[in-house]
Design a protein around this ligand. Structure first.
Ligand SMILES: [Fe+2]
Length: 323
């Protein structure tokens, strides 16, 4: 058996410069040096910016893409909502990535699986479906469909006009924690073994509306009538849907969770940090960590919110406050 001797002791350093040189050679970083990037800072902060994507613009670009990008060449026809800061090319917030996706009638998107959790907020879709681990379920306008990490999933479109939706994933979190993998289905398309309109991974538009009818607004004014959607097998994601009646304004608030709001119905404005975004149906708003935000509905609105709140809570990092 090989014998492992300790490396020889270092000669004693007599100056700080010598000590720091020794430490550098040993890949040790002294705590007393001034760092370009500090390790601690006084309050939560984010590299990410408040941002707004217009569905009408993204959809028009995707319709152009439909004539140029064939699904046989691309895994998915998507445009990622890239938060606008240098060096970022797909992340929407620190932990979340969103994309608009378009499918043409008759198209099928091949089956694959990956570590990241995913969901779809259906914006304009009739006759669209997803096959999630062999279960074929409808994806129609107003539905929210989950595909937890590790589940095989592929999509198809049997309708007669282009279908468009928003994908929400936790890819940046998967990259940070490093469990990412991606696997195409061996035969490219997983067949459906069963069809089901009811599934723990599908929230039908009508069921969401029924539950919202029974929901109460926050007595402290932070949100309108709001329901939580159980993100089964997707522990990183917090999912809510809230209604904002025309004229309703939420309290100014912030939290350590980063959030993506998707406008499922209506129009209004949001003030996020020092920016004001006027939004319409299908738009997406990114609210980075610890940035103040408030919403105001111009007409009756429904907002879906995807957040990393469960991660923040699990780590005991969650803080929130309202002005
Ligand atoms: Fe996927």
């Amino acid at each position: 058996m090989a014998r492992h001797d300790s490396p020889p002791a270092n000669p004693s350093a007599t100056t700080l410069a010598e000590l720091e040189a020794t430490a550098a050679r040993l890949e040790l970083s002294p705590g007393w040096i001034e760092r370009k990037q500090p390790i601690f800072w006084a309050a939560p902060r984010s590299d990410f910016k408040p941002a707004h994507w217009h569905y009408s613009q993204a959809r028009a670009a995707l319709q152009d893409a439909a004539g140029l990008v064939d699904l046989s060449m691309a895994e998915r026809r998507i445009l990622a909502l890239r938060n606008p800061f240098p060096g970022n090319n797909f992340a929407t917030t620190r932990t979340l990535s969103c994309a608009y996706q378009l499918m043409l009638p008759g198209e099928v998107a091949s089956t694959h699986r990956h570590a990241s959790h995913a969901l779809r907020v259906m914006l304009d879709a009739r006759g669209t479906y997803s096959i999630v681990d062999g279960v074929k379920m409808p994806m129609e306008t107003g539905d929210i469909v989950l595909t937890p990490g590790g589940f095989w999933h592929g999509h198809g479109h049997g309708g007669d006009s282009p279908a468009c939706w928003l994908d929400g994933l936790d890819i940046p979190l998967t990259h940070l924690l490093e469990p990412m993998y991606f696997e195409p289905y061996p035969d490219r398309f997983q067949p459906a073994r069963v069809e089901a309109s009811s599934s723990p991974y599908r929230f039908a538009a009508a069921d969401i509306a029924r539950r919202l009818d029974l929901a109460a607004p926050d007595p402290e004014g932070r949100h309108g009538p709001c329901i939580g959607l159980e993100a089964r097998d997707m522990g990183s994601m917090g999912l809510t849907v809230e209604r904002l009646a025309a004229g309703l304004k939420t309290r100014r608030q912030r939290s350590t969770a980063s959030r993506c709001f998707v406008v499922m119905a209506g129009s209004g404005t949001s003030i996020v940090g020092d920016q004001t975004f006027a939004w319409n149906r299908g738009d997406t708003i990114a609210v980075p960590t610890w940035i103040w935000y408030e919403h105001k509905a111009e007409d009756d609105a429904q907002l879906f919110c995807l957040s990393d709140e469960p991660v923040m809570k699990m780590c005991n990092y969650f803080r929130h406050e309202a002005a």
